[in-house]
Write a protein that binds this ligand. Structure first.
Ligand code: PEP
Length: 249
């Protein structure tokens, strides 16, 4: 009842002309999909994604959004702009933004609210750094981050929210969480969502795993009952590996 989502976070890779070729190839080679596929490129690539992917099964979205609606905020990109470009999703609270741009849970919650106002589904990222896991506090840390980032966030329905559990020590390191560790955290996240939004809502929210997902480890991660897909960085950049992930899903 939860459709698997494979979302490729391209981070600050590819220029629009490269992306155009890549996306056109994806469109040409796309197998019939049971899962949902999404590409999350940098802002300047979104008009290209709109052009190439509009009539396809592949969704697209952004990696961030402004917490403000409109106005004198140089360099910011609003949810309304993303809506106009046809974005279905946008990431909020990625650990790279929390770390390098000092984004707080409160800011992440504001961003999620702006997206929901425009009918865009936030992919809200949470996850613990290595030292927290080593102290045995991964679950408490991640759930605190989750609930803080959902403060005042009221999605209309469970399809309007996606959570991505991304342990910081697994992102871009080649070290993924074991399927059992991922499952334990996803179960804890779903329980917290159930307390926050009710059981019916929580049972339908998709919780993605992110952190060094690749075609070799994806099937095992996906076999876990509470793992509903992947937020994929490195392995989404190569067309072959992204297609392999879609075939597995
Ligand atoms: C990410 O960018 O969210 C991510 C999980 O990256 P990677 O798959 O490269 O670890």
């Amino acid at each position: 009842m939860r459709r698997v989502l494979v979302a490729g976070n391209w981070k600050m890779h590819k220029v629009p002309s490269e992306a155009r070729v890549w996306l056109a190839e994806l469109k040409r080679l796309l197998p019939p999909l049971e899962a949902e596929a999404a590409i999350l490129p940098a802002f300047p690539i979104l008009p290209v994604a709109k052009e190439v992917l509009s009539e396809t099964q592949v969704a697209y979205g952004a990696q961030d959004v402004s917490a403000h609606r409109e106005g004198a905020y140089t360099g910011e990109v609003s949810a309304r702009m993303l809506k106009d470009l046809g974005c279905r999703y946008a990431i909020v609270g990625h650990s790279e933004r929390r770390r390098y741009h000092h984004e707080t849970d409160a800011l992440v919650a504001e961003k999620a609210k702006r997206l929901l106002e425009e009918g865009i589904t936030p992919i809200l990222c949470v996850g613990e750094p290595l030292e927290v896991r080593e102290r045995g506090e991964a679950e408490a840390y991640t759930l605190r981050q989750l609930l803080g980032s959902l403060e005042g966030v009221e999605p209309e329905g469970p399809e309007r929210l996606v959570i991505a559990y991304e342990p910081v020590w697994a992102i871009g390191t080649g070290k993924n969480a074991t399927p059992e560790d991922a499952e334990a955290m996803h179960r804890a996240i779903r329980k917290a969502l159930s307390e926050r939004y009710g059981e019916a809502f929580a049972s339908r929210v998709r919780i993605l795993y992110g952190g060094s997902v690749n075609p070799k480890n994806f099937a095992d991660l996906l076999s876990m009952p509470n793992v509903d897909g992947g937020l994929v960085g490195g392995a989404s950049l190569e067309l072959e590996s992204f297609l392999a992930l879609l075939r597995i899903a």
